[in-house]
Design a binder for this molecule. Structure first.
Ligand SMILES: [Fe+2]
Length: 191
């Protein structure tokens, strides 16, 4: 049952991928995805995720795995504050440590709650965000800031500082990483 729900999640993510040119141009879909059992690791935000009603198939598929996901939080309380850690979390859908194992790429599903401010940060890997549901105000150094909604995408270059503010409500995103540093983690406060 657990594997079935993650297959559904992968399928819904692939639908988003195949219908979004910017994602297809960013990176190929891995050819060797293998489901692996990951430990169940909850975050406080899964309560918000499950209560947030939206029809998007990737949104509902994420809700289906919310209680069985290996949720991660890259940041510590002394970096982002207690509140941030209550309202945020992400899953590695596929990648070196993902629910589907591959070394060909990395994909995440990330959630940030209403009113949250995700401060300036950077990472070596290149990144593209696709908004699944909700909206967020995306800022990145050297580019015009923009409020992005369902279907919109935004790319961040290697080590390009960026920040995200949830102005009108929460946001659920599908995120791909590529290139050098793909196995690394985001670093805070590096503007
Ligand atoms: Fe990022």
């Amino acid at each position: 049952m657990k594997q079935y729900l993650f297959q559904e999640l992968l399928h819904a993510a692939h639908e988003v991928y195949s219908s979004t040119d910017a994602l297809k141009q960013f990176a190929p879909w891995p050819s060797d995805l293998l489901y692996v059992e990951r430990p169940v690791q909850p975050v406080p935000a899964i309560r918000q995720i499950k209560m947030w009603s939206d029809e998007h198939p990737l949104h509902t598929a994420t809700q289906q795995v919310a209680d069985i996901g290996d949720w991660k939080q890259t940041y510590r309380e002394d970096e982002v504050g207690f509140g941030f850690l209550q309202d945020y979390g992400y899953l590695e859908l596929y990648g070196p440590n993902g629910h589907f194992q591959t070394d060909q790429g990395r994909a995440y599903i990330g959630y940030w709650g209403r009113g949250l401010y995700y401060p300036w940060h950077r990472h070596e890997a290149e990144e593209i965000y696709a908004v699944v549901s909700g909206s967020g105000y995306f800022e990145s150094e050297g580019a015009e800031a923009a409020l992005l909604k369902t279907g919109d995408t935004r790319m961040h270059h290697s080590n390009q500082p960026h920040a995200l503010t949830m102005t009108d409500g929460p946001i659920l995103t599908f995120v791909l990483w590529r290139g050098a540093g793909m196995a690394g983690l985001p670093l805070m406060g590096a503007r």
